[in-house]
Design a protein around this ligand. Structure first.
Ligand code: SF4
Ligand code: SF4
Length: 416
């Protein structure tokens, strides 16, 4: 991407501003997409230095890309931010954060996850939460995000279908999802098998690189992308799988965006495009399966709220998929959160790096949820799920947060 040509596309109309969560929160022009573009232009022209005011306003951007959807000039704001963050990060020194570093080592992250499960099951978490220990160690914020962890067995390379075989798909497991959202991945695997698909789980896959890209580490993101291209593209080229599916829309959006990754070597772009063309959100894939109409899920006579993650809505444009998938559950009433077009503040590592803004954005969503009087909230992105669940726990709101596929698998009796 040519950064200057993207910056020049902006005609300063301001049509994006009212859809930007940080502008809505603050009313500050510097916190709007147009204001950020002006700051980046000024940086380019040498009128302002890196750091200070510039960094503060750029760091507040959640990379939700809502502004792109409303821009009449087609400004690719996400790419502008990624390029600028990479430029600014290269002017800083220091090691990457522990989370970014762990994400590139899936086996170690899995070991950490197994220890965290013991921490929960042996009652240590309960004791630590009741004491001041977590606060004194500076870990209270991280601990508050922990969901109840499922068992984390190693994945098999192949899971055969349980029904009549109609094809194979590849499952992308991700880094954070593989540890903190195994329940949704397992529900997806069982649904796919139940619908007649064999599921391949390539052992050589790794983190998608989204958190690295949005933190200005474009080279690491490109390295991770190349690992995933090597793990999945041969399966696509040989016709061994017909799609690559995933549960976290943030990661699926990143896989779909690989061809636009400017740090990817030029000779890898065609492979990245084939990977992107085959990648889809799990609800989108299952909702389009002809087998769906033959299923008889148990009725669920209640209202369930639906949160539409920015990555599913603004990048993949597949936000209707969970509704289409769950329309087959008798008596279920699905209600979108009234604020669902606004970022909830989860946004990858944003919930940890910008806690004040993240919590203010989340509060809008929690207030909207209260108005729906629902005891279940569906979301298709693990970052949003962890963030929203932590807020609900903190406020004592008894609402279960689930992935749409988990609800369908439950109603079909596929979960233990
Ligand atoms: S990406 Fe989201 S937070 Fe950033 S400027 Fe655009 S709308 Fe605002
Ligand atoms: S809508 Fe597009 S052209 Fe208008 S100010 Fe926003 S980024 Fe610039």
């Amino acid at each position: 991407m040519n950064l200057n040509s993207q910056l020049d596309r902006c005609v300063r109309c301001g049509m994006c501003s009212q859809h930007c969560p940080t502008y809505t929160l603050t009313g500050d022009e510097n916190e709007s997409p147009r204001g950020r573009i002006a700051l980046i232009r000024a940086l380019d022209a040498g009128q302002i230095p890196p750091g200070g005011k510039l960094t503060k306003h750029l760091d507040h951007c959640t990379s939700c890309r809502a502004c792109e959807d409303y821009c009449p000039s087609g400004v690719r704001f996400g790419s502008i931010m990624d390029a600028t963050r990479t430029r600014l990060a290269s002017e800083q020194t220091g090691p990457p954060s522990a989370l970014l570093s762990l994400a590139t080592r899936p086996r170690q992250l899995l070991r950490v996850g197994r220890w965290l499960r013991r921490y929960q099951r042996w009652g240590v978490q309960r004791l630590a939460r009741a004491s001041t220990l977590l606060k004194r160690l500076g870990l209270a914020q991280q601990d508050a995000l922990l969901p109840e962890l499922a068992e984390l067995p190693p994945w098999q390379e192949y899971y055969p279908p349980t029904g009549e075989h109609c094809g194979d798909v590849a499952l992308f497991t991700g880094c954070v999802s593989n540890v903190f959202d195994r329940r949704s991945l397992e529900a997806s695997r069982r649904l796919l098998n139940h619908f007649g698909y064999g599921v391949r789980v390539p052992a050589a896959q790794t983190c998608c690189g989204a958190m690295h890209l949005h933190s200005g580490r474009a080279d690491t993101a490109a390295e991770l992308a190349q690992h995933n291209v090597a793990a999945f593209v041969p399966l696509i080229d040989s016709g061994s799988v017909q799609a690559i599916v995933h549960t976290a829309s943030g990661c699926t959006a990143m896989l779909a965006d690989y061809p636009h990754l400017s740090s990817l070597p030029a000779d890898k772009h065609a492979d990245a495009q084939r990977l992107a063309d085959s990648t889809t959100d799990i609800s989108q894939f299952l909702a389009a399966c002809p087998q769906l109409t033959q299923q008889r899920p148990s009725p669920l006579p209640k209202t369930v709220a639906v949160h539409e993650p920015c990555s599913l809505r603004n990048v993949l444009h597949q936000q209707q998929a969970p509704y289409a998938l769950l329309a087959h559950i008798p008596e279920l009433q699905l209600r979108p959160l009234p604020t669902t077009t606004r970022c909830c503040g989860g946004a990858g590592s944003y919930l940890l790096t910008q806690p004040e803004f993240a919590q203010r954005m989340r509060q809008d969503q929690l207030d909207a949820l209260r108005s729906l009087n629902a005891d279940t909230l569906l979301t298709s992105n693990i970052g949003c799920a962890l963030h929203l669940q932590a807020g609900l726990r903190e406020q004592g709101q008894a609402v279960e947060v689930l992935h749409p596929v988990t609800l369908l698998a439950r109603q079909l009796g596929l979960l233990d």
